[in-house]
Design a protein around this ligand. Structure first.
Ligand code: SF4
Ligand code: SF4
Length: 293
């Protein structure tokens, strides 16, 4: 059964231990005061979640890398023990220590893990994936589909157990970046690649964002999604649920998985079901496990 609400959280944190050249958060440091502000914002969000009586799925989508910060590890641990939190997931580069997973309810946690070819090796990343699997935590793994990384992406697929879904984020900054042969090659790794390689026309389309899915920022402000800036409410409001209702998208298109997955006409909820937050198709684990045995 789907949770009542899918909540995305992004606090002020904006720093990372990795140095990907294209990224504004690469190797960026923050002051103690900035980090403390992020910790307090997260604490307020988690305490608010604790008070709710709806079934919830939570996805952390930080700017930069959050799992290297102990307060995110502690927040996820705490959330995993809340009976109404069906899933708590986070986007991560998987570089942090993973011992904290031992204190969690692992089946409630999902790690949306991105492999960064310039920052780590398949072997090192693969060892981290194995540790996550051994802990019983749910995990998806993926990479940006740059042409120069095609070979590495295939090697990654080979190195990771078949039971783990490997997604590919399409490089969409250049129009017609992929040839038909490229697309075929990437579909062999990620059967859902074409969905990601599309900027879905969304203007006027019905979307769960702002109805049963919404984002919360470090101030507690509620928006329908990360791509529409209007603040629609606040977690400080006693009647915050009143800001949610059926809505239509005001944007021309929606090209990012964490957005279009909520676009009603794409009908992706049945595809992902309980794995929606951590991006694991519902039929992935059992079918791929069976195929590899
Ligand atoms: S791991 Fe992610 S956040 Fe960190 S530098 Fe690379 S792209 Fe940026
Ligand atoms: S289609 Fe995308 S941009 Fe539009 S409201 Fe939904 S999530 Fe937001």
């Amino acid at each position: 059964m789907m949770p009542d609400y899918h909540i995305l959280y992004r606090g002020p944190l904006s720093s990372c231990n990795y140095g990907c050249t294209y990224c504004p958060f690469a190797k960026r440091d923050e002051t103690y005061a900035q980090l403390e502000g992020d910790r307090q914002s997260l604490e307020r969000f988690v305490s608010w979640i604790e008070l709710q009586d709806r079934s919830l799925s939570i996805l952390f989508t930080p700017w930069g890398e959050a799992l290297v910060r102990t307060w995110y590890q502690q927040a996820i641990t705490r959330l995993s023990w809340m009976p109404h939190v069906r899933r708590v997931a986070i986007q991560t580069n998987l570089a942090s220590r993973l011992a904290w997973l031992e204190d969690c309810q692992p089946e409630r946690i999902g790690l949306w893990s991105t492999f960064h070819p310039t920052e780590t090796s398949i072997e090192r990343f693969g060892n981290q994936v194995l540790k996550v699997l051994q802990s019983g935590t749910r995990i998806s793994v993926g990479c940006v589909g740059l042409k120069e990384h095609f070979d590495l992406i295939e090697q990654l697929r080979e190195a990771i157990p078949r039971e783990v879904y490997v997604w590919i984020n399409a490089y969409k900054r250049e129009a017609n970046y992929y040839s038909p042969a490229d697309v075929e090659r990437l579909i062999a790794v990620d059967p859902h690649f074409v969905t990601n390689n599309t900027r879905h026309e969304s203007f006027g389309e019905a979307c769960f964002a702002g109805e049963t899915s919404f984002t919360v920022d470090g101030e507690g402000d509620i928006r329908r999604c990360h791509f529409v800036g209007d603040v629609i409410g606040s977690i400080e409001d006693a009647d915050w649920e009143n800001c949610l209702h059926a809505r239509r998208c005001p944007n021309t298109n929606c090209g990012c998985h964490i957005g279009y997955v909520h676009l009603k006409r794409l009908q992706l909820y049945p595809l992902y079901q309980e794995g929606l937050a951590e991006r694991i198709p519902a039929d992935w684990s059992p079918s791929r496990k069976a195929r590899s045995t």
